[in-house]
Design a protein around this ligand. Sequence first.
Ligand code: C2E
Ligand code: CA
Ligand code: CA
Ligand code: CA
Length: 274
Amino acid sequence: AKANGVGGFVLFDPKMEEKADRERRLRRDLIHALERHQLDVVYQPIVDARSKRPVDCEALLRWHHPELGPISPVEFIPIAESINLIGSIGCWVLRRACETAATWPRHVKVAVNLSVRQFARPNLITEVKRGLADSGLSADRLVLEITESVLLGDTEENLAVLKRLKDLGAHIALDDFGTGYSSLSYLQKFHFDRIKIDKSFITELDHSTNSLSIIRAIISLGKTFNADITAEGVETDSQYQILKREHCDHCQGYYFSKPIDAKTVGAWLAASEA
Ligand code: C2E
Ligand code: CA
Ligand code: CA
Ligand code: CA
């Protein structure tokens, strides 16, 4: 920061001010984003590492701001969480994702991200049930992705909700695995159907033997706990070849496909059937 204050103290930082302005603006505009049809769901294929055939597609939220352009979910999801909008937005994503997936080949599942704040809603289970019933999607074609924040701290209630979601027949995935404080302890608390290796480990794969060791360990944990392992953020052929060689189950990343709109992913999935 520039020392434009008195005696070396910074009294005013224009960068900080700008950041606060933008956040205020996003907070104000996000309230209307859903009703103004500015939100959209895109889908990124997840493929079987051996055959490269699609097994799932992950639903990812997009916000097209009329003046500011596309806003990353990394920026606006935390805002949605802080102003209690994540419940309604999350429910909308889930419904959209189920409706879209109901048109896909039957062996392809849809993965939906759930925020920890959605677990605070007593009606999460009802909403999931309704999303499935209204779309006609069978529960075993839904994967719910959570991060360890759901199991952090006082977790008995969240664990109970997670178990009920699993009892419905949905699959539960642990997202961003390896980045948290005590990732391993969560495997003890709940039987996850899938574990997603955080993309930071995949990015390092080409030049770090440490990350290869970590990936090997996670894949072997997956075998022990009978969970499918997905590698996120696969961008190069050499990363893919290593993951295939190490018997990673599923791969996701720009090397296979970027997130794409519902229409395009539908056509892509239909073509991959042929
Ligand atoms: P995530 O769940 O870890 O999703 C994966 C992110 O990695 C996505 O970013 C995806 O576009 C990106 N990605 C996929 N392949 C590659 C690759 O090869 N290289 C790189 N560099 N990136 C890749 P995106 O779509 O920007 O989403 C960011 C995060 O926002 C998600 O991380 C998730 O935490 C959150 N998010 C997105 N949609 C939703 C939603 O509907 N609900 C909730 N609660 N969170 C969401
Ligand atoms: Ca995810
Ligand atoms: Ca992730
Ligand atoms: Ca992430």
